[in-house]
Design a protein around this ligand. Sequence first.
Ligand code: COA
Length: 532
Amino acid sequence: MTALPTRVDPAGPEYAEHRAAMIAKLAALDGEHAKALAGGGPKYVERHRRRGKLLARERIELLVDEDSPFLELSPLAAWGSDYPVGAALVTGIGVIEGVECVITANDPTVRGGASNPWTLRKALRANEIALTNRLPLVNLVESGGADLPSQKEIFIPGGALFRDLTRLSAAGIPTVAVVFGNSTAGGAYVPGMSDHTVLVKERAKVFLGGPPLVRMATGEEADDESLGGAEMHARTSGLADHFAVDERDALRIARRIVARLDHRKPGPDPDRFAEPPKYDEEELLGIVPGDLKVPFDPREVIARIVDGSDFDEFKPLYGTSLATGWARLHGYPVGILANAQGVLFSAESQKAAQFIQLANQRSTPLLFLHNTTGYMVGRDYEQGGIIKHGATMINAVANSKVPHLSVLMGASYGAGHYGMCGRAYEPRFLFSWPSAKSAVMGPQQLAGVLSIVARQSAAAKGQPYDEDADAAIRAMVEQQIEAESLPVFLSGRLYDDGVIDPRDTRTVLGLCLSAIHNAPVEGARGYGVFRM
Ligand code: COA
């Protein structure tokens, strides 16, 4: 065996310092997650309960197998926007009757569960996860439809929601809609386009136009039930496949529907006998320094997330600023690329490209552990071909067909974010630690570059340069970029699938790897032209 050694000293001052910084960030993160859990706040939650209804997360809890985990995704969606944290929608992966499914649930306590621009992005991301990983999709519906004041942001792109439902079906991926309340106008197409529908008695309202609209349009007098009640749709229109007497009955029926899908997972389940890491996952709190300028060894992280801490390193003596190697995680084979010293040089880029090709040849998923300030700049490096070599790595990542997972542990700056499979390179899942930071470059560097450009511009015009104003602008820009680089901000914009506690990394990655194996895992057989 090739178990990794450790140098982490949990009794030492460095560890205590790193741990304290991480604990403070986790406490702040908890506060933000609590906002998502609170939904529309006590007033709307109590009103919802008084109506005898279950909350979105309670519906999910009753839907999934008892004591099984639910991997919630993007709980911080809409953070930093004008809309409530969580975006009035809960999404994630849960197990129903032994089948891993993507589950979404509108939160009707937040503005009637209406969809704002962030709700839409979150829902589309859930659809994408269902499609790429071939996971059945179960939508728990109760929504006021489009958030009317922001309709201009959602009406036109929002059509993709219904498009996705039928494309999933065409791809052989089952879709289920369980309607607990309002699902009207465009929302009526959620059950309308789903393979299986369940409507709750006297609660579901599924119509293109409600009573006021019908009166306006045709003068006809009609009530909610006759236009779109569960009984009418079950007996008369045929839109409802199943008539549920109450919410719990609807969730029971949804579980039976999934049980009868006879879903066959092509890949293996997690290995329940997989050896845990040799070192305590708790120690993941003490590895990343509060100041990201101080390097840390990612092998200390790998040693705490892979089976038996066993890691076969590839080319350990070459391109040493990037660690690459093979391991298993909950029994699944993975190739790991982890930044060791921050900067990516030519050798690291070429090593990464070779390693990614090897993973594709053996159809092994890849895990990218980010802590990079980007590709090296400077005369020697430009002359040494850093653009060509960075392009080689980016080519390999972009055309690789094995599933990718990315975890932002620390810095993820510049094109280094791309080469390490950032969001635009479509990793199947991407999570951040509270210690992560991502932007085009570091805040100080960015403010400094802006200042140099402004100084040159003033000189070219023959104007004097205001040094006091420059210092003030630099400080302001630094502060702005710092705030925009933080994981809660990026998570709010759906640039990751969630900010996780480092101690949960192995569990989260294990759940993702299991979900990924619902689709065939096959490497690429061709690449773009490599510029050598
Ligand atoms: N856009 C923006 N805000 C909405 C909304 C929507 N589509 N639907 C509801 N809201 C807001 C309400 O204005 C209300 O805000 P307030 O509490 O600050 O006054 C809050 O959400 C709760 O709505 P309320 O009507 O009290 O909740 P309810 O549970 O009794 O009813 C609905 C929920 C969805 C049935 C009802 O609000 C409704 O019919 N909304 C409009 C539906 C619609 O026509 N949508 C357009 C479809 S494309």
